[in-house]
Design a binder for this molecule. Sequence first.
Ligand code: KIV
Length: 271
Amino acid sequence: MYNGKDQKTITLSTIRELKSRGEKIACLTAYDSTFAYQLDQAGIEIILVGDSLGMVVQGHKTTIPVKVEDMVYHSRIVSSSINHAFLISDMPFMSFYNPDIALENAKKLMQDGGAHMIKLEGNKSQINIIEKLALSDIPVCAHIGLRPQSVNKMGGYKVQGKENKEAENLINEAKRIEESGADILLLECVSSATAKKVCESVNIPIIGIGAGPDVDAQILVLYDILGITPGKLPKFSKNYMNGQNTIQQAIVDYIEEVKTQKYPSEQHSFK
Ligand code: KIV
């Protein structure tokens, strides 16, 4: 069984190292200090304070109402109890609409929230923003594929990269994003074949959620793996509390399944 007890502090260099030796990287979201502590103790490598907190903590229907202040608050309470994991915090809707605003808000997430890296949902029109942040030595994770902040523009939560043209666009986007200085790429709800091609087209580590088995890292929403999110789980998610007595064990099982590549199986991936 995977044992996170000997785990060292995870940095961007550790993440690159894990990728270069082909070891899968286990990531989960967290929004508070107690769960963050549990994840850190279990040996999770990356914790994301996602703006999914708008839905799973605040009860909104989408992530759009989440404010920078919410992200700073949740990042701060998560960062207070982690000793090993690398902490990424989301830039919420409209918090990066120009490079100066993006810099100001990224500064808040890092200085007041304790984030090690910021994540932004972007496409090629955000290249100048990624460049500005990268030039200021702010580590950036760019989130492409399904972008929940753009759900109204995208016309719903749909799998991306199924058609050839869409796949080509995603690959080009990923290349431009890497060139602009992003350190990590996150792919959400992308067909497995396209996600694999994106991985082969760039060198930076790729985190996937609903992006199949070939990406470097897997992330899920913590409350989904604990089976406490109301309603039906997304196809790519898995309830690790099934047949389990403790939350700690469910988290360890998730990490082990990512490491041994048992998760995600075909059942959790999109064609
Ligand atoms: O906000 C979030 O939790 C995310 C993950 C779903 C990747 O962006």
